[in-house]
Design a binder for this molecule. Structure first.
Ligand SMILES: Cc1cc2nc3c(=O)[nH]c(=O)nc-3n(C[C@H](O)[C@H](O)[C@H](O)COP(=O)(O)O)c2cc1C
Length: 476
């Protein structure tokens, strides 16, 4: 596969919506809608009607605002693979994991060049200064939410020690015109930067509405210290352009809205409840307060929002896509791994199925341990390993293997005192609890199975073919 970008350049959110329109994957809602709950119901219903292929929703007339609202922009798997050239990226990853034998120098050189973001000074040109959060059509998402939430902010922070940048999507609960809760979970990049701060405050820039490459990079759990705007450059095939006004961290130059502010040690407030992707309202908890210091918006800036709730929504499509993208890396770490599936109903961070071709006794556990050591997969609470004859995306096969290949005392391990996702309310302690590893592979004698493992029933091909010929007339 050649290292070619999609045939059109998507330079910002407007260009992206135009692209989606041309592809017939955008619905423009012209009726007046309320930002309170109504936009959620439209967007959620669209995902429920077409999981993995929902149209982007563009709400032109939001009561009380000139700004339109865009939701579900990454809700179609077709868009994701088209835009991010899945084949191209997978090709690059395969190349990198092929011992350099097939390394394409030009591809590698181009990737390296586009990985260097370009930063220019923020002049405010094309933007107007706005008075605060009240001027943005920030949604109330679910009925029992504690307030209005910015749900698709790209939050950029700078490491207080080495100055490196991090960008992540962390929801922000609006408390008033100039303050909001910063919901970065304990293990995320922004929280890590804030944790390194000994005292005082840290500047934060928030970008709303940018091109899909910056957005996907901010969502992707990249290794700590890796610059998301380098990754978006590689995805885009051209360098990310950032703006900086000196004291605040640089942020995408094509953002519809830029919010400059700070978070300070000792300045916390209770955030939540918020209707989350777990299908539950999150338990209220203290998070740092983002104090808005300056805000700029383009004229009639498009306001972007992501709706999450009971699976599936837009985040399910993104999660499935990212797993496929990361799979070659995970497989190259452990060659026995055949497939990895994080079911959206398993909330991505809570349940993981992995299938393996076992080569040595105990290899199922090795595969599970290696996955648990990889970035945000460390949050996985329920991990199950299957043999490679099990299609781990087929619930019937999964239940069959669980029921026929697991002997609980031998095959189930509880691991205590491990990290968990902040949003896992089932544990009595935040971010911390236990995990279960289930080895649902067939066992050999070295693994404590002293009988002969029975064969799986299947009809011979010869008989199948013979009956094929007789079937239609016999069954008429
Ligand atoms: C729509 C959406 C909302 C999200 N909200 C949050 C959030 O509120 N807090 C959080 O820590 N992660 C949230 N995430 C997940 C992070 O963006 C994701 O884990 C990302 O990899 C974090 O980047 P980091 O590793 O640089 O911190 C959200 C993801 C999506 C797609």
């Amino acid at each position: 596969m050649e290292y070619d970008m999609v045939d059109l350049v998507i330079s910002d959110l407007r260009g992206f919506l135009e692209y989606l329109g041309k592809k017939g994957r955008r619905k423009t809602i012209r009726q007046e809608v309320s930002r309170d709950l109504e936009i959620t119901e439209f967007s959620d219903r669209a995902c429920r009607e077409s999981p993995n292929s929902a149209p982007a929703m563009f709400f032109e007339d939001v009561s009380g605002f000139d700004s339109p609202v865009a939701t579900n922009i990454l809700a179609s798997s077709e868009t994701l693979s088209e835009l991010f050239g899945t084949e191209r990226i997978l090709g690059m990853l395969r190349t990198l994991s092929s011992n350099g034998e097939n390394l394409r120098i030009l591809d590698a050189a181009r990737a390296l060049i586009s990985a260097k973001p370009k930063t220019i000074g923020f002049s405010g040109k094309n933007y107007a200064k706005i008075g605060g959060f009240d001027e943005l059509p920030i949604l109330k998402v679910w009925p029992n939410d504690a307030g209005r939430y910015i749900t698709q902010p790209i939050v950029v922070t700078r490491d207080p020690e080495d100055g490196s940048l991090n960008a992540g999507i962390y929801r922000m609960q609006v408390f008033d015109n100039e303050s909001a809760g910063m919901h970065w979970q304990a293990q995320k990049g922004g929280a890590m930067h804030f944790g390194k701060l000994k005292e005082g405050s840290m500047k934060v820039t928030v970008a709303l509405g940018t091109d899909p490459y910056n957005l996907l990079s901010a969502i992707t759990p990249l290794p700590e210290g890796m610059n998301e705007f380098s990754a978006s450059g590689v995805l885009r095939g051209s360098r990310s352009l950032l703006v900086s006004n000196g004291e605040y961290p640089p942020a995408p130059a094509n953002a519809e809205t830029l919010l400059f502010g700070s978070v300070s040690k000792g300045d916390y407030a209770v955030e939540g409840p918020f209707g989350d992707h777990t299908g539950y309202y999150s338990i209220p908890q203290e998070y740092p307060v983002f104090r808005l210091e300056a805000a700029y918006s383009k004229r009639n800036a498009i306001y972007p929002a992501s709706i999450v709730g009971f699976p599936w929504n837009e985040d399910a499509t993104i999660g499935l896509f990212l797993t496929e993208l990361l799979k070659p890396v995970l497989k190259s770490m452990n060659r026995c791994i055949r497939d990895i599936y994080l079911p959206p109903e398993g909330l991505f961070t809570n349940t993981c199925f992995v299938s393996i071709s076992k080569r040595v006794p105990g290899e199922a556990k090795k595969a599970m341990f290696s996955l648990l050591g990889f970035g945000q997969l460390s949050f996985i609470k329920i991990m199950v390993a299957f043999d490679d004859d099990i299609d781990i995306r087929d619930t019937k096969k999964v239940l069959w293997a669980l029921s026929s290949r697991v002997e609980p005392e031998r095959d189930i391990q509880i691991i205590k005192g491990a990290p968990l996702d902040s949003l896992d309310h089932s544990s009595g302690t935040v971010n911390f609890g236990s995990k279960v590893l289930i080895d649902a592979t067939r066992k050999g004698k070295e693994e404590g199975y002293y009988r002969d493992w029975p064969d799986v029933i299947s009809m011979s091909d010869e008989i199948k073919k013979r009956v094929d010929k007789k079937w239609n007339s016999a069954m008429r």
